[in-house]
Ligand binder design. Structure first.
Ligand code: HEM
Length: 362
């Protein structure tokens, strides 16, 4: 996946060296491709959907299974704020939500059907669907489709959000200076070059692989600081309080739903020095153990903690390291303060636009 992205970056830079490129488009396409392979066993390019009576392209699949559902999840039903009016119909809300869910279900059913036919032909592959069909006792098709969709959407979304923010932070300071001049660079440029320096020291001329990751502490700090400053999931899924309890000094009665505000926790000045600053070094000053990086709660906590944290860490860190190993990154001029977010998971409102320079040309 990373090799494909690097090839595309090289092509885009060669075709038009002076224009910034759209990072998200490249990362999104490759990550979705990987998510399809992981969940279904195949990089599906199109699928016939009975309910639509036609083939659906990969772009449409992405919108139905990922983007549309993320938008749907933040649709607001005003009746939630006035429960005593819950009997009032809210047809436009219901139409939007139910039609998005209907489209997602239709596409997912078609994708699962297509792959079941492959499995029936004896072409087993390594995928979540293959695993569920071979190893689980699931017989309910609706549940099967829902489980496969969960992995598809989870693997295609938050890793992209996090990688984009990390590369935005690393690219933020334009610098054309050699890394030997580290001392003269601005703090942000030093951060990026420090990462490159660490990679050089640990990997030399070798390409970074998953195996190198445990020996790249600065890279790990960049990842966790990005998760802190730009948490992809800003509000954890609700927790149900089963019995009267005391939480952070507050009495919480049984049957309450509690939503942890991860963004507020990570911006709390009592917990973090200069929380609004993106500073990976904070994790390397000796006060943090490896496990305390999870203090950011970016992957949630407890029994329902993120099932894909390891996968996300491996993919994002390997990709970031390879990106920095291969190119120097510079933001499009004027984009330095574009930190607004949009959608359920904190997508950059303005997709990252960067100028890349291949390292060997430096
Ligand atoms: C940087 C990337 C990611 C972030 C920030 C993230 C964050 C989260 C968060 C905050 C939760 C809720 C946890 C809780 O309620 O305590 C969650 C749940 C989950 N995540 Fe992730 N996630 C990421 C990547 C992934 C990937 C790559 C996958 C799958 C391949 C995945 C699969 C899941 C699943 C299945 C759950 C539900 C777990 C359950 O309810 O038992 N996540 N994730």
């Amino acid at each position: 996946m990373v090799n494909n992205m690097l090839s595309t970056f090289h092509e885009l830079v060669t075709d038009d060296p002076h224009s910034p490129l759209n990072f998200r488009n490249v990362f999104r396409d490759e990550l979705y491709r990987l998510s399809l392979i992981e969940s279904l066993g195949e990089d599906v390019n199109s699928v016939y959907v009975d309910e639509f009576g036609r083939d659906v392209s990969k772009e449409e699949m992405y919108i139905a299974t990922v983007e549309g559902m993320m938008k749907c999840a933040i649709e607001i039903d005003w009746r939630d704020f006035f429960p005593y009016l819950s009997w009032v119909p809210n047809r436009s809300y219901e139409a939007r939500v139910f039609s998005a869910i209907g489209r997602k279900n239709a596409v997912m059913r078609a994708l699962v059907k297509q792959q079941k036919e492959r499995i029936a032909r004896g072409e087993a592959r390594k995928s979540y669907l293959d695993f569920l069909l071979a190893e689980s006792e699931l017989t309910d098709d609706e549940q099967l489709t829902l489980l496969v969709w969960e992995v598809l959407v989870e693997s295609a979304d938050t890793t992209l959000v996090t990688a984009e923010w990390a590369m935005y932070e690393l690219a933020k300071n334009p610098d054309k200076q050699a890394r030997q001049l580290l001392f003269f660079l601005t703090p942000r440029a030093r951060t990026r070059e420090r990462l490159y320096q660490e990679i050089r020291e640990v990997c030399g001329d070798e390409t970074v692989t998953e195996e190198h990751l445990p020996r790249l502490p600065y890279l790990n700090a960049v990842f966790h600081e990005t998760l802190r400053r730009h948490s992809a999931v800003t509000l954890l899924p609700p927790r149900f309080i089963h019995e009267d309890t005391v939480l952070a000094g507050y009495d919480v009665p049984a049957n309450t739903e509690v939503v942890v505000n991860v963004y507020a926790c990570n911006m709390n000045k009592e917990e973090w020095d200069s929380p609004e600053e993106w500073a990976p070094e904070r994790f390397l000053d000796g006060r943090f153990e490896a496990a305390s990086m999870h203090k950011t709660l970016a992957f949630g906590g407890g029994r329902r903690t993120c099932a894909g944290a390891r996968q996300a860490t491996t993919i994002a860190c390997t990709a970031m390291a390879r990106f920095v190993q291969e190119f120097t990154w510079r933001l499009r001029e004027g984009d330095e303060d574009k930190v607004d977010t949009v959608q359920l998971t904190s997508y950059k409102l303005h997709p990252l636009q960067v100028h890349l320079t291949p390292r060997e040309k430096n």
